[in-house]
Each structure stands twice: as structure tokens, then as C-alpha cells.
Design a binder for this molecule. Structure first.
Ligand SMILES: [Zn+2]
Length: 356
């Protein structure tokens, strides 16, 4: 948003609406945060968002085939829309106590910032545009999306901009994620994730000693993968984040697995790293009786960047700083994820414990 835009009377009226509605926005944030929404179980929170978007004066929202809840605020021209979204899902599994505890301006609860704040902000924008009577040239699609986190692998947004998605051909996209007014992220860090599984006949640790052991094989391959020389420009990372397998300390396991996360702003770097991973996996089994290794891609989030001079990013001194390549929110160098049930949001400072 440019400084000129912020001077428009209708936009100033909308800003007044946002300030006047701050307490209602917080109540909405708490209400939505207390509706459990693990990945693939976002329907109830989605239904409530639909009701609230309609109450904000928007045309009746609909759920698309993957569960995104959408409505389009018409523009005066038949031109490509702007898409504004926040995500419905949380990283917290079913059964997590999602009660929000409020202490003055301080709210504590799983998902209170990521992304209950984004959803509440989406509604605040809708209410302000209605209240201030803002008319736009382009239609604006308001979208509460599914599957942003972890295993969701961005399925909601991928569908939104896919072949049958409502956002296909959009002129712009703004994602409201987490709390804080201090930055606009214009780069998307790419990630590709794999599951590597090894299987074998199994057996007893003494009687069958010498039978090829999937965990031994996996330890060797894992050691090989973590010794890959990774590029520093652009920064590219490889992390073995999960490991499992076996049934007993005195049994040769029948299967074992690891899950690997790779990240880079460069798709070429991720491609090169994938080729190296595949080569090392294929080279490995000989020492372990040629046990079958299965490598599966379990997540693929393409990276990308916006022009810093685009309308989405213009005018950062007004509220925010624009973060260029290498300083993405998920950058390994500056912002490790915090995923804990002590997630919090501070109304007075607009800060949170979570980097989205
Ligand atoms: Zn988020």
C-alpha cells in the first residue's frame, strides 16, 4: 500500500474502522483460535469463517473442493482479482487444549497468532471495507485456506491458484500469516521433503545376526546424506527431522525410515540436491545386502519472489519493512520456528512467539 493510497479519505475511514473495531477483532481472534483446526480437520473453523465473512458484509462464502472458504467482493471493472488470504489450519494435533487465556493485552494459546490473528485480520479488513464504503476497481477474493502447515503442504493455496482454482489469473496475492506489523515478506523459501524407508526380512538379534538390518543401512545412508556439501549461495539446507523403525531392542527390524527436509530460495539448488540424494541412496544398499530403499517426496513447496517495487511491497516505511531474498521468515540463519503450546500474542506490541 502506498503513502498516496493511505491519504485517500475512504482509506482513512477504513483505518478508523479498524481501530474502533479492535476489541471485536480480538474477540474474533480468540473465538477462532478456540475452534480446533488440525490439518485436514479445518471444516468447523472454515464454517465459522464463512458466517463471519458474510456478517462482515461480503457475498455468501462457499467452500471449494479442498475446503478453502471463499468469497469475492465485486470490483467496478472486469479485471483480474486481488486475493487476500489467511490459513485455517494449525500445527496442533486433535485433542490439544486450545483454550485461550487472556491477561489484559496478553493472549496465550496454541494457534493464537498462527494463524488466528491472520483470520481475524482478514475479517477486520472486510468489516472496514464495508464500513467505510470502499469501492475497488478489481474484485477482491477473501480466502480462508486449508493445509498451510506441515503435512498440508500448501494444498489450499495450491488449489486456489491451480487449474480450477478461483485465484487463477489473479493480479496479486497477499497472505496474512501470524502477528506483527514490522515486515512484509516478498520471497517464498522453497522446500522439498522426503521420506526414505528401508525394509528387510527382520529376525532375532542373536539367532539371525548377519541378516541385513534396515536401521544399520539407514544410519549409513543418513550419514552420507548429512555429509553432502551444501551451497552457501543461495543458502541451501538439509535436515533429517524424524526417524523411526524397529519393534524391539533385541530384534532385527523389518523396516526403518527417516524424513528429510531440504530448503532453498533456488529451485535449481533443490533439484541439484535431490539428484545428489537419489544418487547416494542408490549407491548405498550394496553394503547391506541390497535392501530395498524407497524414497518418496512428501512435500514440495516451490520458492518465488515478488518485485520489491510491486504494489504489494511498495511503501514499506509506512508500516513494515520488506525482506529481500535470504531473509525470509523461515531463513535458517535468523528465525528458527517456534512450535509450542505456549504460543502467545500481545495486543499492545502486536508481537507473537511464532514466526509463521
Ligand atoms: Zn502460518
Amino acid at each position: 500500500m502506498t503513502r498516496d493510497t493511505l491519504r485517500l479519505p475512504a482509506v482513512r475511514r477504513a483505518a478508523d474502522h479498524v481501530l474502533a473495531g479492535d476489541e471485536a477483532t480480538l474477540r474474533t481472534q480468540i473465538e477462532l483460535s478456540e475452534i480446533p483446526a488440525p490439518a485436514f480437520q479445518e471444516a468447523e473453523r472454515g464454517r465459522r469463517m464463512g458466517v463471519l465473512l458474510a456478517e462482515a458484509g461480503l457475498p455468501a462464502p462457499v467452500a471449494d473442493t479442498v475446503g478453502n472458504v471463499l468469497t469475492t467482493r465485486p470490483g467496478s471493472k472486469s479485471v483480474p482479482p486481488l486475493v487476500v488470504s489467511a490459513h485455517l489450519d494449525t500445527v496442533f494435533p486433535a485433542g490439544t487444549d486450545v483454550t485461550v487465556h487472556r491477561d489484559g493485552d496478553f493472549l496465550r494459546g496454541p494457534g493464537i497468532s498462527d494463524d488466528a490473528r491472520g483470520l481475524a485480520t482478514l475479517l477486520a479488513v472486510a468489516r472496514a471495507m464495508t464500513g467505510a464504503g470502499i469501492a475497488t476497481r478489481a474484485p477482491v477474493i477473501f480466502a480462508a485456506t486449508v493445509g498451510e502447515e506441515g503435512i498440508g503442504d500448501l494444498r489450499g493455496v495450491k488449489h486456489l491458484f491451480g487449474t480450477d482454482g478461483a485465484g487463477r489469473g489473479a493480479a496479486g496475492f497477499v497472505s496474512l500469516d501470524g502477528a506483527g506489523l514490522d515486515r512484509i515478506v516478498i520471497d517464498g523459501l522453497g522446500s522439498r521433503r522426503y521420506r526414505l524407508e528401508v525394509t528387510g526380512p527382520g529376525g532375532h538379534s542373536w539367532v539371525d545376526w548377519g541378516t541385513p538390518n534396515p536401521i544399520h543401512a539407514l544410519l549409513d545412508v543418513g550419514r552420507s546424506l548429512t555429509s553432502i556439501a551444501l551451497p552457501l549461495d543461495p543458502v541451501t539446507t538439509l535436515t533429517v527431522g524424524r526417524i523411526g523403525g524397529g519393534t524391539s531392542v533385541n530384534a532385527i527390524p523389518q523396516s526403518a525410515w527417516i524424513e528429510i527436509d531440504t530448503r532453498s530460495a533456488s529451485g535449481e539448488s533443490l533439484d541439484a540436491l535431490e539428484a545428489e540424494i537419489r544418487a547416494r541412496v542408490e549407491a548405498a544398499p550394496a553394503a547391506h545386502g541390497r535392501l530395498p530403499f524407497g524414497l518418496t517426496v512428501i512435500g514440495d513447496r516451490p520458492g518465488g519472489t515478488s518485485d520489491p517495487a510491486s504494489p504489494n511491497a511498495d511503501g514499506p516505511p509506512v508500516t513494515s519493512r520488506v525482506f529481500p531474498s535470504g531473509d525470509q521468515t523461515a531463513s535458517p540463519r535468523n528465525c528458527p520456528f517456534q512450535r509450542t503450546s505456549v504460543e502467545w500474542f500481545s495486543r499492545s506490541t502486536r508481537t507473537s512467539s511464532v514466526v509463521p
